[in-house]
Design a protein around this ligand. Structure first.
Ligand code: SAM
Length: 418
């Protein structure tokens, strides 16, 4: 998923920038004693306005933008030291890897781990800020709020892992910072190990496991799902949520999952795929595919039917595959449902996170981030990261609208007993 997609409107930076601009412009003509009072008044006004808007957003969008934005700003200030990276050079390197003028598809596939790692080094902060701890999409049915829809989507996948008894162990393949892992551990009462290639996500995931009081049930480990760091037949169920799309070769990742799964047990996943409506001869379709890949850290994107073939090729018995995006019917939409890509579509409601996808909101967000970079409140290169993520969000929304892409191709497959 695209990190910018659910992000709440960055009110604090806007207000701080306005206050700074006002103060800079106006105060030179003020006597000394008046300046302190004006600055204090401007900041009090900004804070009051911000608190009121936050409250409104909290009531209408189930979010807490004040604390989320503050957390993001705090993470910005220590991002480079904590992760041991230079954001500007990582984003430049990442963009080069995705640039067809510099890198071929074959190179991208063979450099998948550098590509994916760079992407999540840059994107994880934004993902958490905007989307929460679960980095995936969900259809939002009538009477569901965003968070409920995300949980229901996770519980459904977990419910497809049958034959689980007390003492069973689950694997979350490509676990992010562990939102689904914690929800599924609570849902099933079973221990879940999460594997992610990104070191920062491992630390953050285990921090959140401890904060949730789930450190005995949930554990994040670093590893590459193309070579899983576990013995054969060590899990009673494996699931992957919008993660194996990062693999350069589905057959290899599914073969690894098959290897670590016990015979007779189930693998269930939600896959990012091109649908049969995707026409590779159509330049507009190809542009959308490229935007999704560049904005979401993917080396390439495969068709839904390729998932079925890859699962069977490694020895799985297919139980079910279907595109769950199609469950959002016209009738459900009329009754108040929302498509998975709805949070990525533009809206001129400035209190909505979707404002950032409007022609006005896009340059405004970039400018604000550049101001933060200038004031050294965000690492240099942060605005380039946001631009890259925004392009991904636009590609996803267009792909969803045209029905040529889905992030929820459900695959349920069983490892035969023999
Ligand atoms: C879109 S995120 C989804 C995370 C999680 N499933 C969720 O829904 O919150 C994709 C995840 O796959 C992980 N990933 C990508 N390539 C990987 C690889 N080769 N090995 C292990 N993890 C990988 C990323 O690090 C990231 O955590």
């Amino acid at each position: 998923m695209s990190s910018t997609s659910g992000s709440r409107f960055p009110l604090l930076p806007i207000l701080v920038s306005c206050a700074s601009a006002l103060a800079h412009k106006q105060l030179s003509s003020f006597p000394e004693h008046g300046r302190v009072a004006v600055v204090a008044l401007v900041f009090a006004f900004c804070f009051g306005l911000y608190a009121i808007l936050s409250l409104l957003l909290n009531m209408t969008c189930e979010s807490d933008p004040l604390s989320e934005t503050q957390k993001l700003m705090a993470k910005f200030t220590c991002q480079e030291t904590k992760q041991g990276i230079k954001v500007d050079s990582v984003i430049d390197g990442y963009n080069k890897l995705q640039d067809d003028a510099h890198t071929t598809q074959t190179d991208r596939n063979s450099n998948y781990s550098a590509l994916v790692n760079a992407y999540y080094d840059l994107a994880t902060l934004f993902y958490e800020w905007g989307w929460g701890q679960s980095f995936h999409f969900a259809n939002q049915f009538r009477d569901e709020n965003f968070r409920q829809s995300i949980r229901r989507h996770e519980y459904y996948l977990a419910s497809r892992l049958d034959n689980l008894r007390t003492g069973a162990r689950l694997l979350d393949c490509g676990c992010g910072v562990g939102g689904p892992m914690r929800n599924i551990a609570r849902f099933t009462g079973l221990p879940v190990t999460g594997v992610t290639i990104n070191k920062y996500q491992v630390g953050r995931g285990n921090e959140l496991n401890a904060q949730a009081g789930l450190e005995t049930l949930c554990r994040s480990v670093q590893g590459d799902f193309m070579q899983l760091p576990f013995p054969d037949a060590s899990f009673d169920g494996v699931y992957a949520i919008e993660a194996t799309c990062h693999a350069p070769d589905r057959t290899k990742v599914f073969a690894e999952i098959f290897r670590v799964l016990k015979p007779g047990q189930t693998f269930a996943c939600y896959e990012w795929c091109l649908t049969d409506k995707f026409d590779k001869e159509d330049p507009a379709h190809r542009l959308i595919k490229k935007q999704i890949e560049e904005g979401d850290g993917l080396p390439d994107t495969a068709y839904t039917h390729e998932m079925d073939a890859a699962l069977e090729a490694v020895g799985f018995d297919l139980i079910e595959t279907r595109d769950m995006a199609l469950e959002m019917t016209a009738e459900e939409l009329r009754a108040g449902g929302r498509t998975w890509y709805h949070p990525l579509t533009p809206s001129y409601n400035v209190l909505s996170q979707r404002f950032q996808f409007t022609p006005v909101g896009m340059p405004l967000t970039t400018t604000l981030l550049k101001c933060l970079e200038f004031m050294r409140l965000a690492p240099t290169g942060t605005s380039k990261v946001q631009t890259m993520l925004q392009q991904g969000a636009i590609g996803l929304a267009r792909g969803g609208e045209q029905g040529i892409f889905t992030p929820m191709y459900l695959c349920v497959a069983k490892k035969p007993l023999k």
